[in-house]
Design a protein around this ligand. Structure first.
Ligand SMILES: Cc1cc2nc3c(=O)[nH]c(=O)nc-3n(C[C@H](O)[C@H](O)[C@H](O)COP(=O)(O)OP(=O)(O)OC[C@H]3O[C@@H](n4cnc5c(N)ncnc54)[C@H](O)[C@@H]3O)c2cc1C
Length: 393
């Protein structure tokens, strides 16, 4: 049903937008979700690796699941290797297109209205300006949820500051023989992040990497090891670091639009969907009280910070350390961690979405203290050789 004034307009029908639209509709709010593409889920810009808890947050059937993984192999490419195997499913490899579509369907089933092939190009007071299949329109709203992804045009329209650092990601799906139980991580495939090999089956994998600079050249070198006969090539950006303020001017920012991707992995679905649920709770409270000032919206920031803010902070610190490491440091780091006690701790307490608790446990292990010495030495070396990078991240 079309409303004259919508309680909530959600911009973007990715996982964060559909989760927000579903949660708002389930709370009885008149909810409209606007998506600029004509089809949900395309183009796919994702490796499709979701921890079991991230997948549970999406609250969908298993129809998008292509594979289950129980562990990871870290390969330094200089001989050092580490294998973690929990011997139970730790993550799912999903078809992102199917996942996004099912999430949108659940939102529509809950009563959210979808307006496809329509782009939001402006905000005037409490109306958004759109152009698309219905021509140009001004759509009145009480609250806006910006789920419009890493390049969030809504943030620019409202004059809010964006995350400052963006990683470029490139990935191909290729036929290759892989162990379907393990994700492979190749830190040295990228100068400042890592490369991945994610098994879709025993005969197919998504091979990709992220880097701040030179991603395409690094990717060409990395993919050459796997043949490169790709029928699917994906690229996209991942914002790093949360925008300075995630609410304001009747809007709440969720998912990649806010910069919630995890700095340690680039994964953004877990935090995206969780932030969407917090936004829906605050939207319901604001609509009930009929207050939409910044003071009322600020509760959203408090909620997501309490939930995963600390994890994002720890992730940024870990990423800054990783950027200082040379390929030789990474190799030594892998070898130092290759200790039964450390591996047992990682297997038992590792959580892709909340690495903070594991890092605190590992900090007490003698083997890790040795590995931390490697990190410390690499930081000191950069300062001594004048290579210290003074960028914020
Ligand atoms: C190469 C790569 C691999 C990745 N792999 C993983 C992974 O394995 N696991 C993981 O958890 N995360 C991964 N990510 C990150 C993940 O893809 C994002 O965090 C996730 O898609 C964020 O969801 P979102 O809904 O916030 O934004 P998006 O998925 O980007 O959705 C935003 C939506 O808004 C729409 N939109 C934008 N502007 C407008 C507008 N003006 N009007 C209307 N609609 C608009 C877009 O069309 C889009 O549909 C990866 C990212 C990259 C680049």
């Amino acid at each position: 049903m079309w409303h004259l004034v919508w309680d909530v307009v959600v911009v973007g029908a990715g996982p964060s937008g559909s989760a927000a639209a579903r949660a708002c509709a389930e709370k009885g709010l008149a909810t409209l979700c606007i998506e600029e593409h004509g089809t949900i889920g395309y183009p796919v810009q994702c490796a499709g690796l979701l921890s079991t808890s991230a997948f549970a947050e999406c609250d969908v059937s298993r129809q998008s699941v292509q594979n289950e993984v129980s562990g990871a192999r870290m390969v330094s490419d200089l001989g050092g290797e580490l294998l973690f195997d929990a011997r139970t499913t730790k993550a799912y490899v999903v078809d992102r297109c199917r996942l996004d579509l099912e999430m949108a369907r659940k939102a529509a089933d809950a009563g959210a209205e979808f307006l496809m092939k329509t782009s939001v190009f402006g905000v005037r007071g409490s109306c958004i300006l759109t152009r698309g299949v219905r021509g140009r329109e001004e759509i009145p709203f009480r609250l806006l949820i910006a789920a419009d992804g890493p390049r969030s045009s809504v943030a620019r329209m409202l004059g809010l500051r964006r995350p400052e650092v963006y990683l470029a990601g490139v990935q191909a799906e290729v036929p290759c023989a892989v162990d379907p139980r393990y994700v492979e991580l190749h830190p040295n495939a990228s100068p400042d992040f890592f490369g991945w090999v994610i098994p879709v089956s025993g005969a197919r994998a998504r091979v990709g990497l992220c880097a701040r600079e030179g991603a395409k050249d690094c990717f060409d070198r990395f993919i050459a090891r796997y043949g490169g006969n790709s029928l699917h090539l994906a690229s996209g950006v991942i914002p790093l670091g949360v925008m300075p303020q995630t609410y304001g001017r009747r809007a709440l920012f969720v998912g990649d639009a806010a910069g919630f991707a995890k700095p340690t992995s680039g994964g953004g679905i877990y935090t995206g969907v969780r932030s969407a649920k917090h936004a829906a709770d605050v939207a319901a409270a604001c609509c009930a009280r009929k207050t939409f000032d910044d003071e009322s919206l600020k509760d959203y920031e408090r909620r997501w910070m309490d939930d995963f803010g600390k994890e994002l902070d720890i992730g940024m610190k870990a990423l800054r350390m990783r950027r200082k490491m040379t390929p030789e440091d990474i190799d030594r780091f892998c070898r130092a961690l290759n200790n039964p006690d450390v591996i047992e701790t990682i297997v038992r307490h590792g959580d892709m979405d909340r690495p903070g608790a594991l890092i605190r446990r590992l900090a007490l292990k003698p083997a890790l203290i040795r590995a931390m010495g490697i990190l410390f030495a690499s930081g000191v070396r950069q300062i001594l050789t004048g290579q210290e990078n003074h960028h914020a991240w």
